[in-house]
Design a binder for this molecule. Structure first.
Ligand SMILES: Nc1ncnc2c1ncn2[C@@H]1O[C@H](COP(=O)(O)OP(=O)(O)OP(=O)(O)O)[C@@H](O)[C@H]1O
Length: 213
């Protein structure tokens, strides 16, 4: 699986292009990092990739996932998982119910149960199925959120500052957990961050400028 961005230009009416002639090639299991000042277009770039770009923007160029052009497909057909600063879990539901949202519809009940159980075991959270989200620690919630994304079998993962709300120690633990799973599953990933410590030791670094001021 590879994610390739080819000659991407993102514009909005009446302003200089936000992103211009942008190229990036992310092989399976690699994590590329995008950094840059506030407003330079990091989140907009991710939105262009996962199909949630606002209609205020226009996009030129190509986005290829495993060789297939996805830039004209609706979000649900792109198979891209995104993790945000907020874990977007439903606090009053339990872990099982939250994780079940990640599993493709039509999956048999027993199979769904097995997938959730296995994922929890691998993450050191065996037996957490019936725990309500609002009784979990920040680190546990972060892990559940990543597991839910992985259950949807994404072909690429976008990380939009997902470590931001965690304190220093949890932050480095969760970062390692995310990086290890991405490498293990051989999924291409794109990380957006303000903090150079969030970068994996390997992978490209792309510095965006603020062209849009
Ligand atoms: N719907 C929109 N229409 C027009 N301009 C927009 C829209 N949404 C965002 N922008 C502008 O696009 C630019 C890029 O925003 P974006 O959120 O991608 O930046 P960012 O690099 O992710 O910033 P931050 O680090 O603060 O999250 C900003 O100047 C923002 O004001």
């Amino acid at each position: 699986m590879t994610l390739i961005l080819q000659d991407l230009t993102i514009t909005t009416a009446g302003r200089a292009p936000l992103i211009q002639h942008f190229d990036l090639d992310i092989p399976a299991g690699a994590i590329a990092t995008v950094m840059g000042p506030s407003g330079c277009g990091k989140s907009t770039l991710l939105a262009a990739i996962n199909g949630s770009l606002s209609h205020d923007f226009s996009l030129q160029g190509q986005i290829l996932l495993n060789g297939k052009a996805i830039h004209d497909l609706p979000m649900e057909q792109r198979h891209i998982g995104t993790l945000f600063q907020d874990d977007l879990l439903f606090p009053h539901m339990n872990v099982f119910e939250n994780m079940a949202f990640g599993i493709p519809p039509g999956t048999h009940r027993r199979e769904r149960q097995l997938q959730i159980e296995t994922a929890l075991q691998e993450a050191g959270l065996a037996g957490f199925e019936r725990r309500r989200i609002d009784t979990l620690s920040g680190g546990q919630r972060a892990r559940i959120s990543l597991l839910r994304t992985l259950l949807s079998q994404p072909k690429a993962i976008l990380l939009d500052e997902p470590f931001n709300k965690l304190d220093q120690q949890l932050r480095s633990q969760f970062r390692q957990f995310v990086f290890d799973l991405i490498r293990e599953r051989q999924i291409p990933a794109l990380l957006v961050t303000h903090d150079s410590q969030d970068r994996p030791e390997y992978g490209q670094l792309i510095q965006l400028e603020n062209n849009h001021a």
